[in-house]
Design a protein around this ligand. Structure first.
Ligand SMILES: [Zn+2]
Ligand SMILES: [Zn+2]
Length: 269
């Protein structure tokens, strides 16, 4: 039993064979998937994409939110729509939201403002948040801002969150764990150069981690370079297991249990 805690199943790259992709996931033992609902961004009519998927497929749950890449496109009407969508019974988290200073597709001050606004909305709807954080090369700028904003604007909510596709240091992971966050590891943990990610996955307690694909991006070895899909989350489980002397099934079981305890996704109307 495995859980893919972060998958982008909407969009063109899965339009031709989505049912087959989900069937392969089931066959591989991936029983639960969190579909990320950023869609193509505000103003594209796709902010409900994950809800649609969750309605059509058993074991699929949904998020809503504006990705930091598209923060500059978000208008008040989009926030109003998100506020409505967040009340759907399939929605179990708000995300992915956060800061991306690597691509800087939206100005950093706008990213921060839209991030804070969505934290306030998540707090109002009592949803945990899924965080995307990517700093500029060889620097901690986005981590510094992220952890400061989480401490100032989220910690008092009493709600939790997930650092998705974790690529930070052991210190960043510890700081997030102190805030009650769970750390989610993606397929890039299998890449030869990603020793920092493996170090973090060795340090994070097994009961505070998820595994994910972030598909269609970041396919793990031995599928690297191909389109990623939920079935490949077993490669991340295998890698985490290698680090900790566990089988991939044991890692799958524990991280699935973590997911259930964290989200209690019984809210499946
Ligand atoms: Zn992300
Ligand atoms: Zn993502």
């Amino acid at each position: 039993m495995f859980t893919d805690s972060h998958a982008h199943l909407d969009g063109k790259r899965f339009d031709a064979d989505r049912p087959e992709v989900l069937a392969r996931a089931k066959q591989a033992g991936v029983t639960t998937i969190l579909a990320i609902g950023n869609g193509d961004g505000p103003g594209t009519g796709t902010l409900d994409c994950a809800i649609q998927l969750a309605r059509q497929h058993d074991g699929v749950y949904a998020t809503v939110g504006v990705h930091p890449h598209e923060a500059a496109l978000a208008k008040q009407e989009d926030f109003d729509e998100l506020g409505r969508l967040a009340r759907d019974s399939k929605v179990i988290a708000w995300g992915e939201i956060g800061l991306d200073y690597f691509y800087d597709h939206s100005p950093r001050d706008v990213q921060q403002r839209v991030f804070v606004q969505q934290m306030e909305m998540a707090r109002a709807t009592r949803l945990p948040i899924i965080i995307h954080c990517r700093p500029s090369d060889n620097c901690d700028n986005a981590w510094d801002d992220l952890l400061r904003l989480l401490r100032e604007r989220w910690a008092s909510s009493g709600l939790r969150g997930v650092l998705h596709c974790f690529t930070g240091s052991v210190e960043h992971a510890r700081a997030a764990l102190d805030l009650g966050f769970v750390i989610s590891f993606a397929g890039n943990i299998t890449y030869p150069k990603a020793q920092n990610i493996r170090d973090a996955a060795s340090a994070v307690p097994l009961d505070s981690m998820f595994i994910e694909t972030d598909c269609p991006y970041l396919a793990p070895v031995p599928h690297r370079g191909q389109r990623n899909e939920p079935a490949y989350v077993i490669e991340t489980a295998r890698q985490v297991g290698e680090l900790r002397g566990l089988s991939r099934e044991e890692v799958g079981q524990q991280t699935s249990q973590n997911f259930i305890q964290f989200f209690r996704p019984t809210k499946s109307g």
